[in-house]
Design a protein around this ligand. Structure first.
Ligand code: PLP
Length: 399
């Protein structure tokens, strides 16, 4: 018997760590284990390694190295940006603007702040998941201290008009934070040109290690610390540095941003062939998110008359790793807040599948999914009384 095939199409949940990145990290778990706060030479080696990584991240974002702070993950970066701005600027105002489709790292932080006396506006999105810049401008008041809008959505892949939203924030002298966790390596970022004051990222989404992220904080931004303690990260984020992780993040961002165009071309071509094949073979299929303004590897598609969780289990049985929504919500039977915000009815949102392609995928993977997925959907529909009643005629919204 041959080995079972494994097709990983969940790159938005996490990626593997590149071999070159791992190789760069290992010495910092072994001979270069010094604490960068110490003054002997192996400690200096650690400190130098952090400086190099900081410069690598700064270059990828169009920032200065002094504007980059290392954290433990994307969630910490989001928490720091939002709580840090809220508490430091409380005297100026208590109003925060975000959207209904943010990751829970942002939404739950905003809900926490509401309990602390802050007022939060959750902007709606259109059927593609896009924020309307005019709606943002209307929502700003003289109490608004922060606008936090994600760069690209982790579930439906929609890419927001960040430069335009940032320009509105700048015009009104309101701090602008963006959760860019899904975009590094997929979309070119330039914090200056895009009027971004704070930006969150996380290494495990772009072929770096888990447990390390970064927050860009523009020089001059007034922000409180989130983690108090020692004087690491220029007294702004306490805790002995995760040196190997930081080195890995630096190398990973360098690789991820070296040829974004070429990477996108390859991933997008596979993604488009997969999407075309799915809608040709499976009736009653609806693409979620924007047809063009979307992350290159993202497909989020709803199949009427079936239940997403069962689909995932059957796909897993065939060796296909996919997701129904974000990694954090899979496993719960709550409908996705993102799909609901786009106006998708609850019953249809339950039958949605997210496939996110990335570096591990090949054309053979696309063929395999195109062979397996229609059979899985058809088997599940055969068990669905609603499908039996529907008459089985149906279309899709993808051309
Ligand atoms: N923000 C977005 C848009 C994400 O997709 C994720 C992870 O899925 C996070 C934040 C949280 O990142 P981390 O897992 O590094 O905490």
């Amino acid at each position: 018997m041959g080995e079972k095939r494994l097709v990983y199409m969940d790159h938005s949940a996490t990626t593997y760590t590149r071999k070159e990145v791992l190789d760069a990290m290992i010495p910092y778990h072994a001979e270069n284990f010094g604490n960068p706060s110490s003054i002997y030479s192996i400690a200096r080696a650690s400190k130098n390694a952090i400086d190099i990584a900081r410069a690598q991240v700064a270059k990828a974002l169009g920032a200065d190295p002094e504007e980059i702070y290392f954290t433990s993950c994307g969630s910490e970066s989001d928490n720091w940006a939002i709580k840090g701005i809220a508490f430091a600027n409380r005297k100026k105002g208590n109003h925060i603007i975000t959207t209904k489709i943010e990751h829970h790292a942002v939404l739950h932080t905003c809900e926490y702040l509401e309990n602390q006396g802050f007022a939060v506006t959750y902007l709606p999105v259109d059927k593609y998941g896009l924020v309307d810049p005019a709606e943002l401008e209307k929502a700003i008041t003289d109490k608004t201290i922060l606008i936090t809008i994600m760069y690209a959505n982790n579930e439906i892949g929609t890419i927001e008009p960040i430069a335009e939203l940032g320009a509105i924030a700048r015009r009104h002298k309101v701090y602008f934070h963006t959760d860019a966790v899904q975009v590094i390596g997929n979309v070119p970022v330039d914090v200056r040109a895009q009027n971004i004051d704070l930006l969150s990222l996380s290494a495990h989404k772009f072929y770096g290690p888990k447990g390390v992220g970064a927050l860009y904080i523009r020089k001059g931004v007034k922000i409180d610390n989130l983690i108090h303690g020692g004087g690491q990260e220029r007294r702004r984020r306490a805790g002995t540095e995760n040196i190997a992780g930081i080195v890995g993040l630096g190398r990973a961002i360098e690789f991820a941003t070296a040829d974004i165009e070429g990477h996108n071309r390859r991933i997008r071509a596979m993604r488009d062939r997969l999407l075309k094949g799915i809608v040709e073979k499976i009736p009653h299929a609806y693409l979620n998110g924007h047809p063009e303004k979307r992350l290159p590897g993202n497909i989020n598609i709803s199949f009427e008359f079936i239940e997403g969780e069962s689909m995932l289990l059957w796909l897993d049985d065939e060796g296909i790793c996919a997701s129904t929504g974000s990694a954090c919500t899979s496993g719960s039977l709550e409908p996705s807040h993102v799909l609901l915000a786009t106006g998708l009815p609850v019953e249809i949102s339950h039958g949605s599948l997210r496939l996110t392609l990335g570096n591990v995928n090949t054309e053979a993977d696309v063929d395999f999914v195109l062979d397996v997925l229609p059979k899985v959907v058809s088997r599940l529909r055969d068990m669905s009384p609603l499908y039996q009643k529907s008459g089985k005629e149906g279309g899709c919204n993808v051309q």
